[in-house]
Design a protein around this ligand. Structure first.
Ligand SMILES: *Cc1c(COP(=O)(O)O)cnc(C)c1O
Length: 388
């Protein structure tokens, strides 16, 4: 059962129909600027108090979304961006400087590693240590005097490893290091990292929060109000604000987030339990399964699971691709978190070096169970597995 506070955030928090002629849904404020009666009125604007002057700084529809997301994550303030990656980049640029050292888990989202490896290391002389992260000592051993940030994701979204969030937060605090987590997998419904001591939570809105595969967006949330106000100003300088149309779509997505997440969880448990017994499936990676090596830690930190998981096919890369190509309900595509089921032969074209980095082979398929129901999904997987 989700708590009342969460359910009210999804439905009503941040909204005031009396301000919009009783309209039950808020308007999409499609304006780039606001106008004023006097010069003094213009200069009196305080963007931190829901006052507006220019759309790059903020917009009333954007504020409604930010209030909901801050409430859901138990933060003081949320700041939304034009993409999850814009949010991630904003957090790194806020926390780090030239010469900073970052500890990042090896299984973090690929584009984050590109941002670090192919841009920040070179341009800002930032150094990065990648750690496995399943043991606290992995972090402890990597800490240096110049370590400013720890980048986490839990569960991770290819091999579904779980990080001890309270443990890492405590360790980081003792060393004055800022902790950041990509909480997209769990959504704020199933995991609240700020309550476990993590400093900054990031979500891509593109996945479950949007929920309908029709928008790109991201958000940062923290209990540190001052930090978030700095990030809000920084967003104004970089210009990566979320558009009001996208903000409105995310508000609409939130209305059903709780019921959708429960359905994804229930369905995906059935599907993964089926796959676990299939002779052509070597391994299922899903933290909802009792067979997952970190099942207990997942249960301690997460109150539920989403629709994303991976399997290892008992066969080579070509056989794996044949299975994926034979799927009908599961369409081939790289996102997740929407209404639709998806599959991708994730490691199909990986080099040996890429495979060795995560200790995997080329037979990993990542699947997302959408809302078509477990019967249709299992039947589809069964017919595709029968073809290899
Ligand atoms: C998709 C994704 C992102 C990036 O989000 P965008 O909105 O596409 O920038 C970040 N983290 C995870 C885990 C993702 O799956």
């Amino acid at each position: 059962m989700s708590n009342t506070e969460d359910l009210l955030a999804l439905t009503h928090v941040g909204e005031d129909p009396s301000k919009y002629m009783g309209s039950v849904t808020p308007p999409i404020f499609m304006n780039s600027l606001h106008v004023f009666d006097t010069v003094d009125d213009y200069f009196a604007v305080d963007i931190f108090k829901d006052q507006y002057y220019y759309g790059r700084a903020s917009n009333p529809t954007v504020t409604i979304l930010e209030k909901k997301l801050a409430t859901l994550e138990h933060g003081e303030r949320a700041v939304v961006f034009s993409a999850g990656m814009a949010a991630c980049a904003a957090a790194i640029l806020r926390i780090c400087k030239t010469g900073s050292h970052i500890i990042c888990i090896k299984e973090s989202y690929g584009p984050v590693q590109h941002l670090l490896n192919d841009f920040l290391i070179e341009k800002m002389d930032i150094s990065v240590t990648y750690v496995d992260g399943k043991k606290l000592s992995d972090f402890e051993e990597a800490i240096r005097p110049e370590t400013d940030m720890i980048i986490l994701e839990s569960p991770t979204t290819l091999l579904f490893s779980v990080i001890d969030l309270e443990g890492v937060a405590k360790l980081a605090k003792a060393h004055g290091i800022t902790t950041y987590i990509d909480n997209t997998y769990s959504t704020p419904i199933f995991q609240k990292p700020l309550d476990m001591g993590i400093d900054i939570v990031m979500h891509t809105l593109t996945k479950y929060i949007g929920g309908h595969s029709d928008l790109i967006g991201g958000v940062l949330i923290s209990k540190d109000k001052e930090l978030m106000e700095k990030i809000m100003v920084q967003r104004d300088w970089f210009g990566g604000v979320l558009g009001s149309m996208e903000a409105w779509l995310a508000i609409r997505g939130l209305r059903t987030l709780d019921v959708r997440m429960k359905q994804h969880y229930e369905t995906t448990l059935k599907v993964t339990e089926y796959l676990e017994k299939h002779p052509k499936v070597k391994q299922v990676y899903y933290t909802g399964l009792k067979s997952h090596p970190q099942y207990e830690l997942a249960r301690k930190q997460q109150s539920g699971e989403c629709g994303l998981f991976s399997i290892e096919i008992d066969g080579d890369a070509k056989t794996t691709a044949k299975f994926v190509d034979a799927l009908k309900i599961f369409e081939r595509g790289c996102s997740w978190g929407g209404f639709e089921s998806l599959a991708i032969a994730y490691t199909y074209n990986w080099t040996k070096e890429q495979c060795d980095f995560l200790n995997v082979n080329q037979s990993i398929v990542r699947l997302h169970c959408g809302l078509e129901g477990a019967n249709a999904q299992i039947a589809d997987l069964e017919q595709a597995l029968a073809q290899i």
